[in-house]
Structures are given as structure tokens and as C-alpha cells.
Design a protein around this ligand. Structure first.
Ligand code: SF4
Ligand code: SF4
Length: 204
């Protein structure tokens, strides 16, 4: 049913939409939308395609929505930051064995891509990040986050990881009072994982 009135919000400050996202986030409204999320799961046959049971598929959708809302809420502060880090997950490398030529520096600790494979997601994401002025880290685990952020004096961070790791990283960023933007994995499993490179490109 179309609106019975016309409107044009193009002159309304983008802060308006951020405020809406903040209210949704603060009141955790998206967590109360179980029924709608269940409908979404059914509509896109998420359970059939992934083999997940309905409640796991719904909690995945909840996490994705959570991540999107937090991205909107933090976007303004993030955009003003100058020194930024990009954290990539080691599990998205094309190879998880010695065919991956990434160098590991235990003092950081991080892997650094040596660009052995054009079709490796981490290679592509590293190039994108460096081109946009980010310091890029390929993390072996979430426990390295605090050390790197404090040592590097970063003002903002973009992180690619599974929803569970993103939740843990959120807590760290809250403690350090840093704005973050997250890209969730679309295939998890701790090896040969995948994320959407276009989504990362937009966020960077
Ligand atoms: S492109 Fe980089 S991350 Fe990917 S397998 Fe090669 S060295 Fe490892
Ligand atoms: S799937 Fe998640 S927990 Fe597993 S290695 Fe990747 S980011 Fe870490």
C-alpha cells in the first residue's frame, strides 16, 4: 500500500538515521523480532540451503542484523578517524598449510600476506586495505586485537571475522572507546572461510 502523502527526506541530516539505529541498538529491538527473522529464514530457505536448524538460522540472522546496526551507529565517528587498522581472519587464506607464503611475525602477532595467489581473498582484501591507507593485519586469533590497537595508536578499526569473534572484538573496542566497522564471514568453520569482498570494499 503506497503512502497517502509524499515525502522527501533528502534534506534531513544523516544523523536522523543514525539515531534510529541507536534506538534499535539501545533497546535491543532487533532481538525482539524473532518472528520476522523466522519469516526471513523461510523466505530465503536459509535452513534448507545451509542445513541449519531454524533456531540456529534465526540466531545467525540476528547476529547479521546486530552487526549492521552497530556499523551504522559507529559510522560517523569511524569516518572522522585518521589512523585505521584492518583486521583480516587467517582462516580466509587460500591455503592453510605451507603453500600460504604469508610471513608470521610473533612480535605483533600477525601474518603478513606475500601475495602468492591472485584468487586468495586475503590477498585481495590486503591490497584494498593498503590502497585506502589502512595498516593490514591477518590475525591468528582475537586475543591479538588489544595489543595491536594499543601499540599502534589506532583511532578506528575494520574487522572481518565470524559473528562470535566480532562480538568479542566489540567488547574490546568498547573498552578502548574505539569505533569499529565489521564484515561478518558468510562461510565459517575456521578454515577456508569466506567473506564478501564487495561489502568490505564499501565499508573501507
Ligand atoms: S595470497 Fe597471501 S594469504 Fe593468500 S595464500 Fe598467498 S600468502 Fe597466503
Ligand atoms: S571462523 Fe571465526 S573463530 Fe574460526 S578462525 Fe575464523 S574468525 Fe576465528
Amino acid at each position: 500500500m503506497p503512502y497517502t502523502f509524499n515525502f522527501d527526506l533528502t534534506k534531513v541530516s544523516s544523523g536522523f538515521f543514525t539515531e534510529i539505529a541507536k534506538i534499535v541498538d539501545r533497546k535491543r529491538l532487533h532481538r525482539k523480532m524473532g518472528k520476522s527473522f523466522r519469516g526471513l529464514v523461510k523466505k530465503f530457505r536459509l535452513d534448507e540451503i545451509t542445513g541449519l536448524n531454524i533456531s540456529d538460522a534465526v540466531s545467525l540472522v540476528e547476529d547479521f542484523v546486530d552487526i549492521q546496526i552497530k556499523n551504522i551507529v559507529n559510522r560517523e565517528r569511524f569516518s572522522k578517524a585518521k589512523k585505521r587498522a584492518l583486521f583480516l581472519p587467517h582462516c580466509s587464506r587460500k591455503y592453510m598449510d605451507n603453500r600460504c607464503k604469508a610471513k608470521f611475525d610473533p612480535n605483533v602477532p600477525s601474518y603478513f600476506c606475500q601475495h602468492c595467489s591472485e584468487d586468495c581473498l586475503i590477498h585481495q582484501a590486503t591490497l584494498l586495505g593498503e590502497k585506502r591507507g589502512y595498516d593490514v593485519y591477518i590475525l591468528p586469533g582475537g586475543s591479538c586485537v588489544t595489543k595491536i590497537l594499543e601499540k599502534g595508536g589506532y583511532e578506528a578499526v575494520v574487522g572481518v571475522a565470524c559473528g562470535e569473534e566480532i562480538k568479542l572484538a566489540d567488547k574490546i573496542l568498547e573498552k578502548l572507546n574505539l569505533p569499529g566497522q565489521a564484515v561478518p564471514l558468510i562461510k565459517n568453520g575456521c578454515a577456508y572461510t569466506k567473506f564478501n569482498i564487495s561489502m568490505l570494499k564499501n565499508i573501507l
